[in-house]
Design a binder for this molecule. Structure first.
Ligand SMILES: *[C@@H]1O[C@H](CO)[C@@H](O)[C@H](O)[C@H]1NC(C)=O
Ligand SMILES: *[C@@H]1O[C@H](CO)[C@@H](O)[C@H](O)[C@H]1NC(C)=O
Length: 474
């Protein structure tokens, strides 16, 4: 009995000791966990001040590649000495970083000033914390137009440029992120580089007619470039981006307005944006619509093009457009009257004078507006017979628009033409659907607000309109 009585407290002591050891260990384990955690977080409290501790960069497998050169360096070097594709315009423009892309075999940075063409420049690489990666700089030059191509660097997530290698005082522009184009297979089979959107004419309906037209032809991605645009027009681009159908490049430049003089930057930016992302890219302005009359459908035709071709050329005609697009959506009847492809049919002869190209971006070396001037890997250009495909160019006859005096140089005849009936029907209902989804909007009706809410906040805070009131829409 006594023995038993003696053992119990001993056992208790042992139990307490074990518990203390266990909890001490647990506490220590927890704290060591905390310390290593905090090294991964953003802010560490110090004595009266905090400092930002950078997080560790996680570098995915595809971004662990280093290269020592850029592909086709000899060819580009040769064209650079010839000053091929040089464009001396906008002489004082700031060279800004517009966008940057990482491909399987190189990085390319698109800048904004023509006058840097062929200049030497150094590529700078930054990690996820925007810290320059030590000993990573790469010497390159501007070619083509405003594009700088650089070697790849493992872990690079941001890039910038240094124009004067020896100038330690040079202020480096804030780095911009690399957009991932490391695709083994292109994500899209057929896409569209949409010409620059600028000027005062309303664009929302033109954009919808354009996108829905090319969607019916099998395209799945639209690369937009936004120069100047009002909020109403901008909404449709946001909607196409929401649907995964579009990407857009916004130009932040020192100029208040950008116009057609920056068109070449747009074609180059889109060329580099679409490389490895899209197999084929249709290079068309917002008023140009491709029409295919050949066998099967257009995607089928594109699939039949042998890999030895990097561009197909298409002839165009012009359809006379007499009025501007409407500023706002009113109603369905008005919309049917406003649709360009239903409204205009006076057509010029189709000619090779204004040809447009569909390109394989990674096989094209140099572009001039809508067609290529140099191709890579000995690829060639194919012209598509007019009876298979042509471009309807809905061309304004307004004297105040760019090149609007074109009719004085045209001495051919005019005929009445329109889209194929079934296509036209599908197009007008697709346009109607999109317009109504995005632009057929109304105010909140005061009647639909719960009486309690209405009473509590009062009308002036509720921004609503009664059914019996006329509505001012924005
Ligand atoms: C062309 O448009 C005019 C005027 O809108 C119309 O009268 C004519 O029938 C149209 N022609 C064709 C072939 O659709
Ligand atoms: C519209 O209806 C609301 C509520 O039914 C009423 O308070 C308001 O006076 C009416 N307004 C007009 C202009 O008739």
């Amino acid at each position: 009995m006594d023995d038993e009585m003696m053992r119990r407290p001993n056992r208790r002591k042992l139990l307490i000791l074990i518990s203390v050891v266990f909890f001490t260990w647990l506490l220590y384990w927890n704290r060591s966990g905390l310390t290593s955690d905090s090294e991964d977080s953003w802010i560490v409290e110090g004595h009266g001040q905090s400092r930002i501790v950078p997080r560790k960069c996680v570098v995915p497998e595809w971004n662990t590649k280093n290269t020592n050169s850029i592909p086709h360096a000899a060819e580009f070097g040769h064209w650079r000495r010839q000053y091929l594709g040089g464009h001396n315009d906008m002489l004082d423009a700031e060279s800004r970083l517009l966008s940057a892309f990482v491909y399987p075999d190189q990085i390319s940075i698109v800048t904004t000033a023509f006058h840097t063409y062929t200049k030497e420049v150094t590529c700078l690489y930054f990690d996820c914390n925007q810290r320059e990666i030590p000993k990573s700089r790469y010497k390159s030059y501007v070619m083509p137009l405003t594009v700088v191509s650089c070697a790849r660097r493992a872990g690079a997530e941001f890039v910038s440029l240094k124009w004067n290698e020896d100038d330690d005082e040079e202020i480096i522009e804030d780095p911009i992120p690399l957009i991932n184009r490391v695709y083994e297979q292109p994500a899209h089979e057929l896409s569209v580089c949409v010409g620059p959107l600028y000027g005062d004419e309303s664009k929302w309906l033109e954009i919808i007619e354009y996108v829905e037209h090319y969607r019916l032809m099998g395209t799945t991605m639209f690369y937009f470039t936004i120069f100047n645009m009002n909020e109403y027009d901008r909404r449709i681009i946001d909607d196409y981006e929401r649907m995964g159908l579009a990407e857009s490049t916004k130009y932040i430049m020192e100029y208040v307005k950008l116009g057609w003089m920056f068109h070449l930057i747009q074609t180059h930016e889109c060329h580099y944006r679409s490389r490895f992302h899209s197999k084929w890219v249709i290079n068309m302005d917002i008023d140009e619509r491709l029409v295919y009359n050949g066998p099967n459908n257009f995607i089928h035709f594109m699939r039949s093009i042998p890999p030895s071709f990097s561009e197909i050329s298409i002839a165009s005609n012009r359809v006379l457009k007499f009025e501007d697009f409407p500023a706002k959506f009113k109603n369905e009847q008005q919309l049917l009257k406003d649709m360009t492809f239903l409204k205009y049919n006076q057509t010029t002869e189709t000619s090779w004078y204004n040809l447009k190209g569909i390109i394989r971006p990674e096989k094209v070396a140099l572009l001039f507006y809508h067609w290529s001037v140099r191709q890579l890997d000995d690829t060639k250009i194919m012209s598509v017979p007019k009876r298979f495909a042509y471009i309807r160019h809905y061309r304004s006859v307004d004297e105040n628009k760019l090149n609007s005096n074109w009719r004085t140089f045209y001495n051919g005849g005019l005929t009445e033409t329109r889209l194929e009936e079934n296509f036209e029907k599908r197009l007008s209902s697709a346009v109607m659907k999109r317009v109504k989804y995005v632009y057929d909007r109304r105010m909140i009706r005061c009647e639909e607000i719960a009486p309690a809410t209405f009473k509590r906040f009062e009308r002036r805070l509720l921004d609503c309109a009664f059914k019996n009131e006329s509505q001012i829409l924005y």
